[in-house]
Write a protein that binds this ligand. Structure first.
Ligand SMILES: *Cc1c(COP(=O)(O)O)cnc(C)c1O
Length: 244
């Protein structure tokens, strides 16, 4: 694992790659990290590159699995108070991962109930932050009770569609004037700005929705999935490719 410690008095310490071990976290560890200076992005990318290089034997050689890279940033302040942290830890761990949803079905079922709210204006719904998931679990359990895999989160009095529990959503339809249209809710502060969402927007803008596929029956979703996984598995080269 990669660990980088931060303290208010000393700032960022040197990054360290060490054997994976358990961490004892203080109960107050989920505090907000506002006020902690961010670690340099390109240096973090280089540290992760080095970590993956060291653990390269763990990279699965399979089309249905990948190496999951999980960076996490927590407060390690040894006190109970709700205040700006004086100590924090940025760590990165890796594991082999298969498909997120272990079902064979092509589609996921979503369950929506306006009585629950995932995020709100002025909140932290646009950050990948632990607190957002704690309060969404009750709705997730209910979705599972109703035989669905994910919650479709609604917002506001008019029940606007925002996103699903762990993924952004797209709507693909033929609009009123007969045109093929792909739409996704805007990043207005209550939606997690996912990498997959951004990637799909960039790819489909490049295609201008004239979907480049030999088979007319190939669905847009399969075409997007193929392009993304071809990039992820190195079958095609892209600006997004990062060699380790
Ligand atoms: C992680 C997550 C997403 C998807 O983000 P990606 O970067 O595409 O993996 C979308 N919505 C929520 C609420 C998430 O937690």
């Amino acid at each position: 694992m990669l660990t980088i410690e931060w303290s208010a008095t000393e700032g960022w310490q040197a990054p360290l790659i060490k054997p994976f071990g358990n961490m004892s976290l203080h109960p107050a560890c989920s505090s907000l990290h506002y006020g902690v200076q961010t670690f340099d992005h390109s240096e973090l990318l280089e540290c992760i590159r080095r970590l993956v290089e060291i653990d390269q034997d763990w990279v699965p050689h399979s089309d249905s699995a990948g190496l999951y890279i999980r960076p996490t940033f927590i407060s390690t302040e040894p006190s109970l108070g709700v205040k700006k942290p004086g100590h924090a830890l940025l760590y990165v761990i890796l594991c082999q991962a298969g498909s997120y949803f272990n079902n064979e079905a092509e589609a996921l079922s979503l369950w929506a109930d306006p009585k629950y709210t995932r995020a709100w204006e002025g909140g932290t719904g646009d950050c990948k932050m632990g607190g957002n998931y704690g309060c969404s679990l009750l709705a997730q359990y209910e979705a599972v009770d109703y035989g669905c895999q994910q919650v479709l989160w609604l917002y506001g009095e008019d029940h606007q569609i925002t996103e699903a529990g762990t993924m952004n959503i797209f709507l693909h339809w033929i609009n009123e004037i007969g045109e093929e249209e792909l739409a996704t809710p805007p990043l207005d502060g209550i939606i997690l700005p996912g990498v997959t969402r951004q990637s799909i927007l960039e790819l489909t803008r490049k295609w201008n929705l004239h979907i480049p596929c030999q088979d007319k029956n190939t669905q847009l979703t399969s075409r997007i999935a193929k392009e993304l996984t071809d990039i992820q598995y190195g079958r095609i080269h892209s600006d997004w490719t990062f060699l380790v």
